[in-house]
Design a protein around this ligand. Structure first.
Ligand code: ADP
Ligand code: MG
Length: 260
């Protein structure tokens, strides 16, 4: 479904663009249709850059991205636009994707309108259907984003994405901004929807335990490169790379600190 081939991204900045950061260094990955791959690594390891490259929201310096057999790098702007609804991103902070001046109903109806996905008279029904899919109570529909909780906002953001019936989703730390108590609910919602709609998922997290819960495979990213790949269980039990071991140790420490 999604194939990344030898992706490198070098950011340049400063005078004559002389300052260079290699955010992603020669990474190849693939995810089968309906599969879920977790990308784990500490902050600054290149996860967000790689996730956005997979959707061609960022151009790689070198490398190829294939979506459903189509080379995204070779597509024209208009051909890329055609394919856009099929691949979507869920951000860490739902406020990024919700317009504070729109009611929740309008937020979810907007993509339906823009992409002309349902007849205008059927829009309200579709919005309610999406509401139900993400587990929101219908009485919230007239509220503004600031009138609902963080968890509810992330459900609305998810409904907006699902309105497009995407086949591939990049979820970039989708629960990192939420209270611990609601994180689990939103994660299990994403998992349920992924299974139900056979979504292909690239799930980004700095937390291996969350990845274990969400994904069939995990790729460990360190300084822009993939240092290890396998099943989450296998990697948690028997990490081959010293960096992975460090990630696991850090996770146990933070858990103890949280008093889990
Ligand atoms: P992660 O999501 O794992 O925290 P990022 O992909 O955000 O990692 O960042 C990887 C590296 O690239 C970091 O060193 C970061 O500072 C750098 N970087 C990210 N975005 C930009 C940008 N737009 N311009 C310059 N450097 C960037
Ligand atoms: Mg990031």
């Amino acid at each position: 479904m999604i194939e990344l081939e030898a992706i490198t991204k070098i950011y340049t900045k400063g005078f004559l663009r002389q300052q260079k950061t290699t955010a992603v260094n020669n990474v190849s990955l693939s995810i089968k249709k309906g599969g879920s791959l977790g990308l784990v690594g500490e902050s600054g390891s290149g996860k967000t850059t790689l996730g956005r490259i997979a959707l061609r929201l960022i151009e790689p310096t070198i490398g190829t991205v294939r979506f459903d057999g189509v080379n995204l790098m070779a597509l024209s702007r208009s051909a890329l636009r055609q394919i856009r609804p099929r691949m979507q991103i869920v951000f860490q902070d739902p406020d990024t994707s919700l317009d504070p001046r729109m009611t929740v109903r309008e937020c979810i109806a907007e993509p339906l309108k823009i992409w002309n996905l349902v007849e205008p008279q059927d829009r309200e029904d579709r919005v309610l259907e999406l509401f139900d899919l993400v587990g929101l109570q219908p009485d919230l529909i007239g509220r503004f984003p600031f009138e609902i909780s963080g968890g509810q906002k992330q459900r609305v953001a998810l409904a907006r994405v699902l309105a497009l019936s995407p086949e591939f989703i990049v979820a970039d730390e989708p629960t990192a901004a939420l209270d611990l108590s609601v994180q689990a609910q939103v994660l299990s919602l994403i998992k349920t929807i992924q299974k139900k709609t056979n979504l292909t998922l690239l799930f980004i997290s700095h937390d291996l335990q969350i990845i274990e819960q969400m994904c069939d495979t995990v790729a460990v990213m360190h300084k822009g490169a993939i240092v290890e790949q396998g099943t989450p269980r296998g990697i948690l039990r028997d990490p081959k790379d010293p960096y992975t071991q460090k990630l696991i140790d850090a996770a146990y420490e933070s858990e103890a600190w949280l008093g889990k």
